[in-house]
Design a protein around this ligand. Structure first.
Ligand code: 1CP
Length: 355
């Protein structure tokens, strides 16, 4: 039997009662923090930072030191998986990621490797080890991966996209080929998350950032199904004997909430287009919920931020199983002082709205 977790973040993930609502923030380590920019400069560039375990561990801890958050998230990127599968990856300055040459046909898919995470992603495992030593179990550590569909969009487009024309063209013209690619990604991501768990991450999040660009049935067939296969393949007991909760975050997919809750995950992450109170009734305790404040609230005044936090916490109500988060990542132009207001508002909430 797994032992009961003592961290409020892990308790909430498993639907257990907590002393207060835990909070962490997607993209909590990143460009909005001047101390992050300083360490990135020291590393040279973003990917070099991801591959330097000491520095990656240092930036993982930066937001915890500032805001006393309830979870740390491994500093890395979802695109290290396509790189480990053999695709050259670079991040140009001011541009998004570039994966070239892109995957366009059966021979491109056939060339992809099944990475051994202990070898080609050893730097991630070393980063986890370093972070764990620094945290000394004061705060739990979240590991993550991109979903197969979201990774496939970058691999087929060769980077970021506004239209997703190549990957959608493949979906409609060559669904068999896209499914072969997705299955390769299911294997790679399952191996990768299991390796992260072996090295001590205490929860894992699957980011399906681009699930919301799919049609209703296409989401179920080309994204949800592959995430479900991953969840079924995870070893969910960590080396400390505790359950490792799985968080599924699919942006723009609130309409699929019940189906996401039925994948075997422990937590569904929501963006801000879903009403949190209604979502809680829809899942009815089957999973915990994470989210879901619009990151743009952080452009508003401190008073408005506080009000929005209270509105959200009241909407969820006095029930277990809520992890406060934004509905997507913090923007690089966000003022860290506003993030401090947000964190304090969640941490000091006393169950009542002050306005
Ligand atoms: O210039 C820089 O310093 C690089 C900016 C940056 C950072 C800080 C990138 C490039 N990635 C990251 C870190 C990162 N990425 C983390 C760890 C930090 C944390 O959460 O505290 C995580 C979890 C990710 C995951 C990630 N990368 C996602 C899924 C989450 C999401 O925001 O939707 C995606 C889609 C990526 C791809 C990516 N990496 C970087 C950029 C600019 C992008 C997005 C490109 C695009 O919009 O298509």
């Amino acid at each position: 039997m797994p032992t009961q977790p003592r961290h409020r973040f892990l308790q909430a993930c498993l639907g257990l009662p907590t002393d207060r609502t835990p909070i962490w923030i997607m993209r909590q380590a990143g460009r909005y923090l001047p101390e992050y920019m300083a360490v990135r400069q020291q590393a040279g560039h973003f990917l070099a930072l991801c591959k330097n375990p000491e520095l990656a561990a240092q930036v993982t801890l930066q937001p915890l030191e500032r805001f006393n958050l309830d979870a740390a998230i491994l500093f890395s990127d979802i695109l290290v998986i396509p790189e480990a599968m053999g695709m050259p990856l670079r991040f140009g300055t001011g541009e998004g990621p570039i994966l070239e040459p892109p995957i366009r046909n059966a021979s491109d898919v056939a060339k992809l490797l099944r990475p051994d995470p202990e070898k080609s992603l050893d730097y991630v495992m070393q980063t986890i080890k370093t972070i764990k030593n620094l945290l000394a179990d004061k705060t739990p550590l979240i590991g993550f991966s991109g979903s197969p569909w979201t990774l496939a969009t970058y691999m087929v487009e060769g980077g970021s996209s506004k239209t997703f024309s190549n990957v959608k063209g493949m979906l409609y013209d060559r669904p068999d080929l896209l499914k072969t690619l997705l299955d390769r990604l299911v294997e790679a991501v399952t191996d990768y998350l299991n390796a992260q768990i072996r090295h001590g991450v205490q929860a894992v999040q699957i980011f399906d950032t681009w699930g919301g660009i799919l049609g209703h049935d296409e989401f179920l067939e080309f994204s949800l199904e592959s995430m479900q296969k991953i969840i079924a393949g995870l070893n969910r007991i960590g080396p400390d004997g505790q359950t490792v909760p799985v968080i599924l975050f699919a942006k723009g997919c609130g309409v699929h909430l019940e189906r996401m809750a039925a994948t075997g995950c422990d937590v569904v992450g929501l963006d801000w287009t879903t009403n949190l109170g209604e979502a809680r009734k829809r899942v009815n305790g089957r999973v915990a919920l994470q989210g879901n404040m619009d990151p743009a609230v952080l452009y508003a005044s401190p008073e408005k931020i506080q009000q929005e936090v209270e509105r959200l916490l009241c909407a969820y109500g006095p029930h277990p199983g809520h992890i406060f988060n934004l509905g997507h990542g913090i923007a690089p132009d966000c003022d860290p002082a506003k993030v401090a207001v947000l964190a304090a508002a969640v941490q000091n909430f006393n169950g009542k709205s002050s306005s």
